[in-house]
Design a protein around this ligand. Structure first.
Ligand SMILES: *Cc1c(COP(=O)(O)O)cnc(C)c1O
Length: 448
């Protein structure tokens, strides 16, 4: 099984070719995991099965029940839309068994990943010394960054391990932030938002009103909330974090891609003062799963917190000043998952990325105007990025459910409702640059 098998290679590459050539990519359907498990019964045997049989189980039985988040009519959650170049290069990364831990093992891969991280740091306005690593997702990025924020903050404040350590977050922060706080044994100082947006004055008021502000070591701001695409008021937040020596972490897992769009770039002003920042290329930077970029203003702080000490690792730290991606987050072995983005950025050029990001911002703005013009619909908020929230007057939650399941049943689109100010409302998340206007019209017409 370690010998090159020409037929097996052709079979898989042909399947890959067919998937890449699909136009449009089919949305596909939810499935019943128990029934699918039963269909696979007995497949793994001591002798092995015919590869064609296993492949057809995948293509005919399993794959139709894996929804394609890269379909142009997948408009729920946060969709994906990896470029063809990124998908192809991802396959090569897999075929190359790159161990992305250290400069010793993977200098070539690290140089390429660092080139992309530098590109992202420049977009964010971070200084020359900034740097970071690609991790599996926004959750992993947030956890790794907040670990550094905690340890640096405790050190600065003389807070001992086990003593109350808190992080100020808005009531709109992503669920992964609360998970990270729980893992790190930290608590949240919950800052109320004005119009769902964290601002510097609200942060300052919360800190001033708090009986123990010294236990707050960091602030998490969101650059593009997942539910509504709202960017916190980074400019005024940084005035507070800088005046009070608070670590500023900016979660741009979804919205960070907007940095590429000249039409919204000014809304990120202040990001250049972040101590740590994440953006998920597997969302709005058109990379395949799983890929999050984690950047630190001062990577040496992350290195001090995350470097794993094991005697078998001494050799990768021999020179003291080396750059090992594994030292900058809570992992050791890592896939060089920044490479597909690197290849695609280099091949397609940054203008193509800017146009693709602008396309969903424009579609969201167009949709908002379309909604505003319909008497039975109500726009809940002018969209900032690619997410539109709206309401069908008179509808109950069950109406949204029916609308959503009919659209999926007929394979028109995947659209789900969300909660907004306690109510069930409609939500459209645009990310694929080729989602047609006519599709949006059809989805909304079905609410008439
Ligand atoms: C998606 C998202 C996350 C989590 O990222 P994963 O890649 O799913 O782990 C965190 N924060 C925000 C704002 C997000 O949109």
């Amino acid at each position: 099984m370690h010998t090159h098998d020409e037929r097996l290679t052709r079979m898989v590459l042909t399947a890959m070719h067919d998937r890449l050539a699909m136009d449009p990519v089919p949305l596909d359907r939810p499935g019943d995991v128990a029934a699918l498990t039963a269909a696979l019964s007995g497949l793994i045997t001591a002798e092995g099965a015919d590869p064609h049989h296993v492949m057809s189980l995948w293509s005919d039985v399993l794959a139709p029940h894996v929804m394609s988040s890269d379909a142009a009519n997948f408009l729920a959650f946060i969709p994906a839309a990896p470029t063809k170049a990124a998908l192809l290069f991802d396959m090569l990364v897999s075929g190359s068994s790159i161990q992305g831990i250290s400069a010793l093992e993977a200098a070539g891969a690290i140089a390429a990943e660092n080139q992309v991280l530098r590109f992202l740091a420049d977009l964010a306005g971070l200084p020359q010394g900034a740097g970071g690593v690609f991790v599996s997702g926004g959750s992993a990025g947030n956890l790794s960054a907040l670990t550094v924020a905690r340890d640096v903050g405790r050190h600065r404040r003389g807070i001992g391990r086990g003593s109350l350590t808190r992080i100020a977050v808005s009531d709109q922060a992503h669920s992964s932030i609360h998970n990270a706080l729980s893992i790190l044994d930290m608590e949240a100082l919950l800052v109320p938002t004005e119009d769902h947006r964290l601002t510097g004055p609200a942060l300052a008021r919360a800190l001033d009103a708090d009986p123990d502000p010294a236990s707050v070591v960091a602030v998490v701001a969101t650059a593009g909330t997942t539910n509504a695409g709202i960017i916190d008021e980074l400019g005024t937040i940084t005035e507070v974090t800088r005046a009070r020596q608070l670590w500023l972490h900016v979660d741009g897992a979804y919205g960070g891609g907007g940095l590429l769009a000249p039409s919204v770039r000014p809304q990120y002003a202040g990001l250049e003062h972040a101590d740590s920042f994440i953006v998920d290329p597997h969302k709005w930077l058109f990379a395949p799963y799983d890929c999050a970029a984690l950047l630190y203003r001062e990577p040496r702080l992350a290195k001090a917190v995350h470097t794993q000490d094991a005697s078998y690792l001494d050799v990768i730290h021999a020179e003291g000043d080396e750059w090992n991606p594994s030292d900058l987050a809570y992992h050791l072995t890592r896939r060089a998952r920044g490479l597909p983005l690197w290849f695609s950025l280099a091949v397609n050029g940054t203008d193509a990325y800017a146009r693709a990001v602008e396309a969903s911002i424009e579609l969201a703005a167009w949709t908002a105007r379309h909604i505003a013009a319909q008497p039975h619909l109500r726009l809940l908020r002018e969209p900032t990025l690619g997410v539109v929230l709206f309401e069908r007057l008179g509808w109950e939650p069950a109406d949204y459910d029916r609308w959503s399941s009919e659209l999926l049943e007929e394979q028109v689109a995947l659209v789900t409702s969300t909660k907004w100010e306690g109510r069930t409302v409609g939500r459209l998340a645009f990310l694929h640059p080729r989602t047609p206007h006519a599709l949006v019209e059809e989805i909304l017409a079905r609410m008439a």
